[in-house]
Ligand binder design. Structure first.
Ligand SMILES: O=C(O)c1cc(=O)[nH]c(=O)n1[C@@H]1O[C@H](COP(=O)(O)O)[C@@H](O)[C@H]1O
Length: 304
């Protein structure tokens, strides 16, 4: 599928899930978030302006894009600097991908379907800021995300859908129950599992029990391209991930209190989990070696 003004991608782009599994096999599962907070810019001795933003971003990309599997720039911190901030982000995304890192744009998009199609253009080949995956919010309903699912499939990209987020009051909405008794979070996981079931229509009512994928959600060439976000800060895993068939993005480590032990407690050993850390790595900068060392410390702790 093509969208207005955006060139079509290659006929059969490699699936995001397979590319993510390969990146994790080569570099380990750690994702580092690029979150240029005002406080971090200051602690790095930089001004809170576009020049500071560019220096911060360049340092992170230079230090980590060649070694970390996934980099996750937080769009908010670029948007707050206006169009020049977005140019910094656009330039960084291209350099991350050139250096072999997958780029997950953290923008938590979610809108009615026709607008969602516009947001999803960032996943398409030929887009000036083409990224590998995007975080999205399911608040407007599963059908609202369908255009992004189609675009992602057509362009070998992925989505991470907010299911059980890491913030303290997340359960207020995410534990609300549907008429069938499932929590909202569970309904999100189930929906994403259907998107990962091969050769199924988007509106199929139930996951395919015969799907040719690893039911335990381990990394493999069949790992789904559609993942969910489940915080490492949860007291317990209160969603059933058995039918997900895709990766879990686990934020909340370090600055929000989550630890590698929490990941083990919540997800066990084998599941396809992408732990993501922002401030706890970024605080080590601006020195490139110190940034790399902080990421390596997290990678080593996670491996244990
Ligand atoms: O989608 C996310 O990455 C995300 C989901 C979530 O549940 N919690 C969460 O903190 N995040 C993002 O992770 C980043 C915070 O990372 P830390 O600095 O490591 O706490 C921010 O960019 C958040 O928007």
């Amino acid at each position: 599928m093509t969208t207005a003004g955006v060139p079509a991608g290659p006929a059969h782009p490699a699936r995001f899930g397979a590319r993510l599994a390969a990146a994790v096999a080569a570099r380990g599962p750690l994702c580092v978030g690029i979150d240029p907070h005002r406080e971090l810019l200051t602690s790095w001795g930089l001004d809170d302006d576009v020049d500071g933003l560019r220096r911060f971003t360049d340092a992170v990309v230079e230090a980590l894009a060649g070694t970390v599997a996934v980099l996750k720039p937080q769009s908010a911190f670029y948007e707050r600097h206006g169009s020049r901030g977005l140019l910094v982000l656009e330039d960084a995304v291209a350099r991350c991908r050139d250096a072999g890192a997958l780029v997950l744009l953290d923008a938590k998009r979610g809108d009615i379907g026709s607008t969602m199609a516009g947001y999803a253009d960032v996943l398409t080949a030929g887009h000036p800021m083409q990224v590998d995956a995007l975080t999205v919010s399911p608040y407007l309903g599963p059908d609202s995300l369908a255009p992004a699912v189609r675009t992602a499939r057509d362009h070998g990209a992925g989505l991470f859908v907010l299911a059980r987020t890491s913030n303290p009051d997340a359960a207020t909405f995410q534990h609300a129950r549907l008429a069938d008794g499932r929590t909202v979070a569970q309904a999100v996981v189930d929906q994403v599992g259907r998107w990962n079931a091969p050769d199924r229509m988007l509106d199929d009512p139930a996951p395919d029990p015969g799907a040719d994928v690893d039911r335990q959600g381990r990394w493999s060439a069949d790992t789904g391209s559609f993942g969910v976000v489940v915080g490492a800060t949860l007291a317990e895993l209160d969603v059933d991930l058995a039918g997900l068939r895709g990766p879990v993005l686990a934020p909340g480590l370090g600055a929000q209190g989550g630890t590698p032990a929490d990941l083990g407690r919540l997800f066990g050993g084998g599941r396809a989990v992408v732990p993501t850390v922002s401030r706890d790595v970024l605080a080590a900068g601006p020195d490139a070696a110190a940034l790399r060392a902080a990421a390596e410390r997290w990678a080593a702790d996670l491996a244990r």
